[in-house]
Design a protein around this ligand. Structure first.
Ligand SMILES: Cc1cc2nc3c(=O)[nH]c(=O)nc-3n(C[C@H](O)[C@H](O)[C@H](O)COP(=O)(O)OP(=O)(O)OC[C@H]3O[C@@H](n4cnc5c(N)ncnc54)[C@H](O)[C@@H]3O)c2cc1C
Length: 399
């Protein structure tokens, strides 16, 4: 069997590794339009901060690919898929046949429609090349604005602060981490971030990047301005769907797959940030991991179904652990239980619906979060403990 994999990110790599763990004789060819072997994208933040040397960015040494019998072509993208003849066309025009194709082509950064977006000094951060370009540009500059107070924006701000730059964060919503936190949790986080020297501007709708040819600042709705010498936009990502759409596969916000990670065409599977499953486009590592392993099993005829991934994120900003799982700001009627210790910077919340936890925020502590995560994924009934679970001395072994 000959498998072609589009993309050398987490999904393409874990898929290929899983296939060869089960059947080392399968012929696997990965194509990547990037020039680097696989690196976990969270490593980019530590590299940006100066905490991780270049050679430690990569997950596996070069020899790993040959030892695994995985053929990797770097700097070579797939331009076209012809499902009827089971062929792909490469950037140089060459055509290759496949028995199975995995679309692991991920997502790209979203550029918001601001005026002046094409000025020198405007960046997004998704790839190693993006980080190298940012580092090169800020070498001779001091003041950077990060547009977007979500997970990625805050991580970028922290990294640039560690580099010694003056950093402002601008967020459109009236609070930080609008998807992961509620307003009470976001206030505590904002205080901690400001203590680190990062200025936070909330409820600001950026309209224009100022400057002749290079970034000189931002202009917001209502004529307010902010000075900056570089702007890093962290306004979300969009799945790469065009290649699949051009091949006639069903796409929506992502490449649509069934529970076996099959696309709408026989022999073409998809996994990772590009995928949409039951209306959801998770865009997180745990989903890419589960999907690529499940896809690999199914390709080899070992039936396994993917059930979806509960969105769960843990980040460390200014030393605070922030974990957010599931529905933390539900629109429907639910019960919410909170615990707050301002002095210790601890905030915990669970969202309960019909006796089950459907969402949780854990900030300033990790104690108990593993157990809460399990209760959510196992849909455990916690009616009896819902008011005591958040206490610092709650004994999880009673569960
Ligand atoms: C800085 C940063 C930090 C992050 N931190 C976290 C975190 O803490 N927790 C978390 O859950 N998630 C995090 N994420 C998101 C996480 O990295 C993604 O969920 C994960 O990378 C998805 O892997 P993927 O293989 O699906 O896609 P990608 O990583 O996007 O890889 C797809 C690859 O395919 C290549 N490609 C695209 N089109 C083609 C083509 N036509 N031909 C050939 N190659 C192609 C792309 O260039 C890319 O190399 C972070 C992301 C970034 C950028």
């Amino acid at each position: 069997m000959r498998i072609i994999v589009v993309g050398n990110g987490l999904a393409g790599t874990i898929f290929s590794k899983t296939i060869h763990d089960i059947d080392p004789d399968v012929d696997i060819q990965i194509y990547s339009d990037e020039n680097y072997r696989y690196y976990p994208r969270p490593n980019l933040i530590e590299f940006l901060a100066g905490n991780l040397p270049y050679e430690h960015l990569f997950a596996f040494p070069e020899e790993w690919y040959s030892s695994q019998n995985i053929h990797l072509s770097l700097g070579e993208s797939i331009k076209k898929i012809s499902p009827s003849s089971s062929e792909v066309e490469l950037s140089g025009g060459r055509r290759e046949k496949y028995d199975v194709l995995l679309l692991a082509n991920g997502a790209h950064s979203f550029f918001p429609p601001f005026n002046g977006i094409d000025k020198k000094g405007v960046f997004t951060l998704r790839t190693l090349d993006d980080v190298l370009n940012i580092l090169d540009y800020v070498k001779a500059r001091r003041k950077v604005v990060v547009v977007g107070g979500g997970l990625l924006g805050l991580e970028i701000a922290r990294a640039l602060t560690v580099r010694g730059l003056e950093v402002d964060v601008v967020e459109f919503f009236p609070r930080l981490l609008p998807r992961q936190l509620d307003s009470q949790g976001a206030k505590i986080l904002k205080l901690q971030i400001e203590k680190m020297g990062i200025r936070v501007f909330l409820g600001k709708a950026t309209e224009e990047i100022l400057g002749e040819r290079e970034v000189k600042g931002l202009r917001f709705k209502g004529e307010d301005t902010l000075q900056a010498e570089a702007a890093v936009l962290a306004a979300g990502v969009r799945p790469n769907i065009q290649l699949a759409a051009d091949a006639g596969l069903v796409v929506d916000r992502g490449i649509v797959v069934n529970e076996y990670l099959q696309t709408s065409h026989d022999g073409i599977f998809a996994a990772g940030d590009g995928v949409q499953f039951i209306g959801q486009v998770p865009g997180i590592i745990s989903a890419a991991f589960e999907q690529s392993r499940t896809a690999a099993s199914n390709v080899l005829g070992i039936k396994q179904s993917y059930q979806g991934t509960i969105p769960a994120n843990t980040l460390k900003v200014v030393g605070i652990d922030v974990t957010s799982i599931g529905h933390v700001n539900p629109e429907e009627v639910v019960e919410e239980y909170r615990f707050e210790d301002k002095d210790a910077g601890v905030y915990k919340k669970i969202v309960v619906q019909q006796g089950e936890i459907i969402g949780a925020i854990w900030m300033g502590t990790k104690k108990g979060i593993k157990e809460i995560n399990q209760m959510i994924s196992q849909k455990m009934n916690i009616e009896k403990w819902k008011t005591s679970l958040l206490k610092e001395d709650f004994d999880f072994s009673v569960l």
